[in-house]
Write a protein that binds this ligand. Sequence first.
Ligand code: AMP
Ligand code: GLY
Length: 422
Amino acid sequence: MNVLIIGSGGREYSIGLALKKDDNVQKIYFAPGNGATDVLGENLAISNFNDLADFVEANQIELTIVGPEAPLVEGIVDVFKERGLTIFGPTSKAAQLEGSKIFMKNFLARHNVPTAKYIETDSLEDAYSFINTLEAPIVVKADGLCGGKGVIIAQSHDEAKKAAGEMLSGNSFGEAGTSIVVEEFLDGYELSVFAICDGKNYVVLPAAQDHKRLLNNDEGPNTGGMGAYAPTPLVNDDIYRKLNERVIEPTLKGMESEGMPFTGVLFIGVMVVKGEPIILEYNVRFGDPECEELMPLLKSPASELFYKAATGDLKSAKIEFHDKYAVGVVMASKDYPYKSTPAAEIIVDDIHHDELEGNAHISYAGVSRGEDGKLYAIGGRVLVCVGLGESIKEAQKRAYMLVGQVHFAGKQCRTDIAYQAL
Ligand code: AMP
Ligand code: GLY
């Protein structure tokens, strides 16, 4: 089949890489793709949803996979479904699980899914009173999509009140912050759990752990993610069972009963507190960089997983994973996450290592191809070096061997990805 992937990041590159290895897939298109996806398929400069659907019809594309949240929230799936096209991802209504933190928190409460104690409000007075009932640290969140930046962990009551005031006045996040969630701080360790859903049935992928802070030892500012690994030994059968029974199943049933069955990736941000999984948030797409580690662990054909989920047929799929570990190290531009960085040529050493053969690769993200045919880092998270191995240690070693072969001016990366597992 021919497949279209919507998005331009390392996440979409890694989905493309998995489809490239899949004998069922002929041609891959990316809209818009990045400076390296043109090696895996063809980049399309089309963004309007109806124009994309026209292209899909004209080019016999049997499956469209949506990477990022924005087109989902904006209704790309609704447009494609209306036209009878097969697309993997939730409708705009179902995407509210990520698009609105208030919708998500109220949904979790309605269906008894464990989450932090909270209030949602647009009143500063109510926010202040609730803040007074909590112990610091206190978490204040803007309602809408803020590119992962709308969460403040306030270390004192005063700081929490200040954050709430700035959000509600529209000063910090504009419209996205005109309503807020204030919630208790959960003290535990964080997991990224992904369930591929077809509306009723689901497949849980190996649990991952992301490293959101810029610097080693989880210091420095929050980022989109500086590296991840999977499967993490911090999860066991008991936690998986609780996630299935208390979280995923009530969520799928609840979404169906509320008239918006959930198809796509349910990305569950979990805090494990004293052995109990508590939900921090939902996203309705793969994590980036988690996807870059999960795709290479998939043993079954990627097209089968996505196509069967998109067509409500996951029950008939037997999805298998390699019995291996994957570690991904993000290499970012000099000024990430503060500001953009001028373009810098990327050079990958042309050195052959037997050990890396088939056990390490690059997923490209913030890159463009120059007129000279060379690849340039264009800011943000530039690429992810992924290592695979029989142990986390081995996968980590291979990922960092590959990091050592990649050069561009101002490159930065953490040197401790997967440390919590070692
Ligand atoms: P969110 O966008 O809601 O996932 O929040 C971003 C990050 O803030 C999460 O990945 C957590 O690290 C942290 N966070 C959010 N809510 C809480 C909470 N209630 N307790 C502790 N940490 C939190
Ligand atoms: N890596 C976390 C995210 O994609 O939101």
